[in-house]
Design a protein around this ligand. Sequence first.
Ligand code: GLY
Length: 407
Amino acid sequence: MRFFLVIISIVTGLQQPFFAQSTEDVFKLASTRTMNMVRQLKDSTKIPVTQKADGTIQWANLYDWRSGFFAGNMWQLLEYTKDKAWQAEARRWTAALEPLQYFTEHHDLGFMVYCSYGAGYRLTGDEQYKKILVQAAKSLSTRFNDATGTIKSWNTFKSWKDGTVYSYPVIIDNMMNLELLFFASRVTGDPAFRDIAIKHANTTLQNHFRKDFSSYHVVCYDIVTGKVLARETAQGYAHESAWSRGQAWALYGYTVMYRETRDKKYLRQAQGIARYLMNQPNTPKDLIPYWDYHAGNNTYAPCTPNAEKYGKGEIPRDASAGAIMASALLELCDYAKINEKKKIVAYAKQILESLSSPQFLASHQESPFYLLKHSVGSAAHGGEIDVPLIYADYYFLEAMLRMKKHS
Ligand code: GLY
C-alpha cells in the first residue's frame, strides 16, 4: 500500500496523498515546499507562519515569536542536502532578523534567534552571526529578575479566570529560550548568561510542575516578593489540564538543561515528563496528541468558550506537539539506559511515521507550502485550528535529522 502511494505521488507530481518513506523523501518535499514559499513571498521581511483558509500563506513580521523558524528550516535543508543554494537563501532570510538582537519586548528571542542565527553559526562559523547571538542573549537577559528567579515571558497576562492582569507572567515555553544563553556563555566565557538560564530552570522546576510531571502553562509572580500569584493556562483547555505543546516544550527544555549542565535533577525531570507523556491514556494510536491531553475531559472545566468548542466532537490534533516531542525524545534517548532507550526511540519513530503518512503530511493540494497539516496554534483563543504551522515543520525536520542515527 505504502509503495503504491509513493508511486502515485511521484507519477502525478505529488497531487495524491504523499507517504514519505525516508528522510530523503521528507527533505525533498521540504525543498520543494520551501522554494514555493520563497517564490511566493520574495520579500524576506514577510515570514511565513501558517496557511489561511483560502490556501494562501499567512506571514508575520520579524517580531513575531515564530520568525526564526523559516530561516531555520533553510539551514536544516542546507545541513541535509549540502546544496549551497540553500545557504544563500538561509543567509538572506536570516539577515532580515538582524534587528532582533536588540529586541526586549518578549521572551521568545531564543526561538527567533537561535533557530536562525544559531543554526547559521553552527553551519558556517560566521563571526558576525556569533556577535548577533551574544547581543541577543544580552537583550534576553534584561528580562531576568532576581526576586522571581525567572525571565519574564510576556509583559502582561490577562487571566481567563477573572480578568486579573498580571505583570510578571512566565510560561513553560520559556524553557526553549535558554539554549541561547548557554551558547552565549560558551563563546564569551562570561558565566552570567548560563547562571540566568540555570536560575530560570530551577525556579520553573519548582513552580510550574504538578506531582505527575505535567506542567501549568502560565505562572504569574509578584515582582517584589517573588511569590507565585497564580497558576493558569493561556492556550490550554483548562487551568489544571495538560496543554500538549506546553508539555513538549517542557520535555525539550529540561533535556537541553541536562545536555548543558549534566545536572541529574534535570535529567530526572525530563525523564519524568517523558514517562508522563508516553503513558498518557488519552493519546490516539498514531501518537499524535490532541491539542490538550484533557480536551473534552469533563473532570476539567474549559477555560474559555473556544476551548470548550474544541473539546467536542472530533477533537483537533496538534502535529506540532508531536513533532517537538519526537525531536526531544530523540535527544533524551542518548542519556537513557539501553532498555529505556529502545522504548523512547520506538515511540519517537512511531510519531515520525505518523507525521510522514497521508494523515498528517499535506498533499500538494492541501498545501503547496508546508509539510504538516493538523496543528493547533491556540484553541483557547479560537485561532489557528487544524492548520499547518511553520514550527511544526521545523521540529519535524529536526526530528528526522536526529532519527537518522537510529535508523
Ligand atoms: N508560545 C509558543 C507556543 O504557542 O507554543
